[in-house]
Design a protein around this ligand. Structure first.
Ligand code: FAD
Ligand code: PYC
Length: 404
């Protein structure tokens, strides 16, 4: 059937790398591509290369469950994710690429009195930051999601939820492809199948990257490699406060439309939405061990599916089609690192852990500014790596949505 699919136009060039760039971005996921796009578009720096060891958007960008929201507890995080959400709202137009961004709302369920107290606290904090956020009671949740088991006899009864109507889902691949096409059009070189194996320095400052295909010079290097950030940091003798863990997801066979919002429960450890194709898109918390394999353990999948069936008995006979894992880079405070380093010209954007997809445009936007000006964007400043020395941690474990 594919034999007639011939002579497709290239959506971006396949350039031979130049010998020198103003900026090299390592990692061609959504965040790296967004960074390159905003460097070119907003900072006027077009002599940029994105160097990707595999294919563009093949890392966590391809593996995530696409939930977008901004209902984080602390001001620093809420403002950063809300910045991203506002960019999402105009991104399909900006990139002229249909990202299938669907603001169908996100529910975070509460099953205990303490869950509900935490939800009320977070919703109040959100509202003070101008973020659309509401507390719903059981009946309101049931009205929104009639197929959710809201019975008081449930093992973990639904006592209510936080509700962010502007939250939702987007098409993950389209985000990578949209940013890639737009960055390419602005002159950014997208270099695939080229693993970075070293970061070269001269007189203490960065001067380029070693790759499997040779050396590429650069005045500045931004590392945006998610689960591989520790590996990149070790190339310059740095240790980042990160752990790499598998995070799994799975999708069912396609069903007729049955669920028109996103339902997450951190308490029973499962979340679900329905893709435009009809699949139930399901996930849960990280696998607890460290690792770099893009797969996880069956025990976690079993636990996740048990939680989903507890919440949605109607799904008990739905067949699962595929499951996979990505490697997430988790920080002790469940917040990212967007930072200069002690090495002139070297920058890291990492630690987004289980929740960076929603941040993709915002992350790229503030990181581009940070690299271009060698000074953190106001929204990025609290996420400097030095918070692990100063103690100004931003604890977002409660709002992370998935346990880690
Ligand atoms: P990636 O897309 O992983 O890009 C990094 C790139 O760097 C990769 O393409 C990799 O190949 C490349 N790379 C690595 N090392 C090198 C090297 N040495 N040289 C060159 N290139 C290199 N977040 C949400 O907000 N909502 C969700 O619903 C959600 N669900 C998730 C579900 C799962 C199962 C997983 C795994 C993650 C989920 N996340 C979610 C988190 C989200 O996917 C990530 O935070 C986000 O996609 C990270 O984007 P990125 O561009 O930084 O990383
Ligand atoms: O951060 O909202 C989130 C999320 C959902 C699934 C994985 N991460």
């Amino acid at each position: 059937a594919l034999s007639y699919h011939e002579n497709w136009q290239r959506v971006w060039r396949n350039p031979t790398p130049k010998s020198n760039y103003d900026v090299v971005i390592i990692g061609g996921g959504g965040h790296g591509l967004a960074t390159a796009y905003y460097l070119a578009k907003e900072c006027g720096i077009t002599n940029v290369a994105v160097i990707e060891k595999g294919y563009l958007g093949g890392g966590n960008t391809a593996r995530n469950t696409t939930i977008v929201r901004s209902n984080y507890l602390w001001d620093e995080a809420a403002l950063l994710y809300e910045h991203a959400l506002k960019l999402w709202e105009g991104l399909s137009q900006d990139l002229n690429y249909n990202l299938m961004f669907s603001q169908r709302g996100v529910l975070n369920l509460g099953h205990t009195l303490q869950d509900m107290r935490d939800i009320e606290r977070r919703v109040n904090a959100n509202r003070l930051n101008g973020i659309d956020s509401e507390v719903l009671n059981t009946q309101q949740v049931q009205e929104l999601v009639p197929i959710l088991n809201c019975s008081s006899n449930a093992r973990y009864p639904v006592l209510g939820a936080s509700w962010q109507p502007r939250g939702g889902v987007a098409r993950h691949d389209a985000v990578a492809w949209g940013f890639a096409r737009a960055a390419d059009a602005l002159g950014v070189d997208l270099i695939q199948q080229t693993e970075v194996t070293g970061i070269r320095r001269q007189n203490g400052a960065v001067c380029g990257v070693e790759t499997k295909n040779g050396f590429i010079g650069a005045k500045k290097v931004g590392c945006v490699v998610a689960g591989n950030s520790g590996v990149l940091a070790s190339m310059v003798g740095m240790r980042l406060p990160l752990e790499s863990h598998p995070l799994q997801a799975l999708v069912s066979e396609p069903l007729k439309p049955i669920l028109d919002t996103v339902v997450m429960s951190n308490h029973v450890h499962g979340y679900v939405s329905q893709s435009d194709k009809g699949d139930l898109v399901i996930g849960a918390g990280i696998d607890s061990y460290n690792g770099y394999g893009q797969r996880g353990s069956f025990a976690t999948i079993q636990h996740t599916v048990a939680a989903i069936v507890e919440m949605f008995p109607i799904f008990s006979r739905v067949r699962m089609n595929r499951h996979w894992g990505g490697i997430v880079d988790t920080c002790p405070d469940a917040c990212p690192i967007i930072s200069k380093t002690h090495i002139p010209g070297l920058y890291f954007n990492c630690g987004w852990g289980t929740g960076g997809f929603k941040a993709t445009p915002g992350s790229g936007h503030v990181f581009a500014h940070t690299i271009a000006n060698d000074n953190p964007h106001t929204l990025a400043a609290p996420f400097n790596i030095d918070r692990f020395y100063t103690g100004h941690l931003i604890d977002e474990h409660g709002a992370a949505g998935v346990a880690h």
